[in-house]
Design a protein around this ligand. Structure first.
Ligand SMILES: Nc1ncnc2c1ncn2[C@@H]1O[C@H](COP(=O)(O)OP(=O)(O)O)[C@@H](O)[C@H]1O
Ligand SMILES: [Mg+2]
Length: 344
């Protein structure tokens, strides 16, 4: 059934000093091109401003691009909770999915239960340490709720491990997760749809590039994520040499994770393919991945003939279906203003 035009609030985080991320205008433009009305709504650090702006937007649906609140990425969950309390339909995962996937330890425990392969690990919560099997160095140590590679590092011995666990507790006020380092190729898949029939997009690879020093371990640290782009620098590519068997395993793990973590509409799931065993290890589930037009999800979508505007419209359609929004012929569609008037 065709989707009638909606009034869509594009919700994004922008702190005082920063400029708006280009993704906000990119998504808004796609929404306008598809016939919707796009209303940008900025989130910063005030809950009352957030509620007031949302109320004023009179939106039928929120396109939730918000990954942070008050400079704290962990609060993206709480922003979704506000939308749920306000009974405002929104794109992407709800609080349950955002919360489960944000906690890397909980994610691994859930995935283990479902038989999805993840690197062997130990957790350090305050003075207690829980190891799940024997671990060998090097270990990659990160806050359980890290994001954008913050606080993450490779440690080669017990001293380094202890130092980083302490740093994670003191600077990030978090439990530390130590995982075996998986040497191998790093690949990502986007997942679209709802839990009944998620669609896994083609695999995108992070090519570390020709300028990478032999001595440097291959990890997507902050320099890789936010460093210079250009010839020889790390870049996203579409690999053509992965076996069907490997791709099938990645797809099955991605679907299991998408369902187990209660995700909706879109997500990106990250893997490392071990260069020794050739097995795909699931590293991280991103329930609210960056949606910029050159991002991993958009690249995968393009490969199956879904342009960026079509990808954005697909996300809107999936969310709208979940809330039974705009599904009828236009004359009998619900009054958009009536929906938003209940906010605040
Ligand atoms: N167990 C691991 N083995 C190898 N590399 C890893 C492992 N865990 C993380 N990394 C590297 O660190 C990057 C960031 O880790 P990730 O768990 O995705 O945290 P973040 O939430 O900060 O993105 C990964 O993209 C990968 O390059
Ligand atoms: Mg990551």
């Amino acid at each position: 059934m065709a989707l009638s035009p909606l009034r869509i609030a594009v919700l994004y985080y922008q702190s005082g000093q920063d400029e708006a991320d280009p993704v906000v205008e990119q998504v808004s433009q796609c929404l306008r091109d598809a016939g919707h009305t796009a209303v940008p709504v900025r989130v910063d650090e005030s809950l009352s401003d957030l509620v007031r702006r949302l109320t004023r937007s009179r939106a039928d649906l929120v396109f939730n691009l918000c990954e942070t609140f008050a400079d704290d990425y962990r609060l993206e969950v709480n922003v979704a909770a506000v939308l749920e309390l306000a009974r405002l339909p929104f794109t992407g995962s709800g609080t349950a999915g955002l919360l489960l996937a944000q906690d890397k330890v909980l994610t691994k425990q859930l995935l283990q239960f479902h038989g999805v392969l993840t690197p062997r690990f130990a957790t350090f919560d305050g003075p207690s340490m829980v190891a799940h099997g024997d671990l060998s160095f090097p270990l990659i140590v990160k806050p359980a709720r890290s994001d954008a590679s913050m606080g993450l590092g490779v440690e080669k011995d017990l001293e380094g491990l202890a130092r980083r666990v302490r740093l994670i507790r003191e600077e990030y006020d978090d439990e530390a997760l130590a995982e075996e380092f998986i040497e191998g190729r790093e690949v990502y898949v986007g997942v679209l749809g709802d839990h009944t029939k998620p669609q896994v997009l083609p695999v995108v690879e992070l090519d570390f590039g020709s300028k990478w020093s032999r001595k440097r371990m291959k990890i997507a640290d902050r320099e890789v994520k936010f460093g210079p782009e250009g010839p020889g620098e790390p870049a996203l590519v579409m690999p053509k040499d992965l076996s069907d068997e490997l791709v099938g395993r990645i797809e099955r793990a991605a679907v299991t994770a998408f369902r187990a973590l209660k995700l909706s509409d879109y997500a990106r799931i990250d893997f490392r393919v071990s260069s020794t065993t050739r097995e795909p290890y699931l590293l991280e589930v991103n329930p609210n991945p960056y949606l910029e037009e050159k991002c991993e999800v958009a690249m995968g979508a393009r490969e199956v003939g879904l342009s960026y505007p079509q990808l954005i419209q697909r996300i809107v359609e999936t969310a709208a279906r979940r809330y039974a929004l705009g599904q009828q012929a236009r004359p009998s569609a619900p009054e958009p203003e009536a929906e938003a008037a209940s906010l605040g």
